[in-house]
Design a protein around this ligand. Structure first.
Ligand SMILES: C[S@@+](CC[C@H](N)C(=O)[O-])C[C@H]1O[C@@H](n2cnc3c(N)ncnc32)[C@H](O)[C@@H]1O
Length: 271
């Protein structure tokens, strides 16, 4: 299949100072970088324990590439997918915040995140390829993949179910979705950032995070608290009815945060 020129040409990034590491990573020659999310040693659990060797994987929201590196080193052929500075973050249109300024700052953030991905790519000699775009328009030219992953991305999307449906159109076998669990133990890393109204007491209930009482512009970057029940329900709708649900604790800013992972295996043919 003609790839339509969708893959980014490799970029030679030298300056670690011009990178943003969303993931804590230990880089050869640079040491430990990044401070938001530390998945080290728990990547396999975060991906629901799914075997990856020899499988083609579409990774939505590859960010600075820690999971991409893990999957690549497991023997997967990874297509990383993420925004570039040309694409807008799905910003919540809060009237009380300067949303244009937030979008401008997010473009700069994404530029540095993309740089981090390329630095990781070079330092670990990854085979993975990178496609830029938005999860709302995943190019068909990527072609079929065995596995698609959507880890900690859906909460940021205005239409998370549309994005999952887009990924499903390319996915032959398995969809892996991980996200922040709505129910967090006391003192959890991200737990305090999830507004109380969104800490779901009702299993399966989807909560809208934006709230006009929010005083923090960072609130404009996230839309949903999505429980595993809702993800499982929708993966079933998409034809991935054979499912497992697991938890893992990942470290956010030094504190454990409860994440869930839904693995859905295709039970209806890909049309
Ligand atoms: C919270 S990070 C998750 C990173 C990684 N998947 C993980 O679980 O550690 C979300 C990623 O999704 C990307 N993203 C946000 N909105 C997107 C969109 N509309 N289309 C594609 N990627 C998006 C962000 O740029 C970022 O890299």
């Amino acid at each position: 299949m003609d790839d339509g020129g969708i893959y980014e040409a490799p970029r030679q990034v030298e300056d670690v100072g011009d990178c943003h590491f969303y993931h804590v990573m230990d880089l050869p020659g640079f040491g430990v970088v990044g401070g938001e999310w530390d998945l080290r040693g728990r990547e396999h659990a975060y991906l629901g324990g799914e075997p990856l060797r020899g499988r083609r994987v579409l990774e939505l929201g590859t960010a600075s590439g820690a999971l991409c590196r893990f999957m690549d080193e497991q023997g997967a052929e990874v297509v990383g997918f993420d925004l570039s500075p040309e694409h807008s973050w799905d910003m919540v249109p809060f009237a009380k915040f300067d949303v244009d300024a937030l979008i401008a700052s997010s473009r700069e953030h994404i530029r540095r995140l993309n740089n981090a991905w390329w630095l990781v790519h070079r330092l670990f000699n990854l085979r993975a390829r990178l496609v830029h775009g938005t999860a709302h328009h995943i190019p068909a030219e990527i072609g079929p993949v065995d596995v698609s992953t959507a880890c900690a991305i859906l909460l940021h999307l205005r239409d998370p179910f549309g994005a999952l449906a887009n990924a499903a159109r390319l996915t032959r076998e398995t969809m892996i979705v991980a996200d922040v669990h709505p129910e967090q133990p006391e003192g959890a890393g991200l737990g305090s950032a999830v507004p109380r109204h969104a800490r779901s007491p009702i299993p399966g209930a989807v909560y809208l995070l934006p709230n006009p009482v929010c005083e923090d512009p960072a609130g404009a970057f996230a839309w949903w608290s999505l429980p595993p029940e809702a993800i499982g329900q929708f993966l079933g709708v998409l034809g991935f009815e054979d499912q497992s649900v697991t938890d893992s604790f990942q470290i956010f800013q030094g504190k454990p945060t409860r994440m869930y992972t839904v693995v859905g295996r295709r039970t209806r043919p890909l049309r």
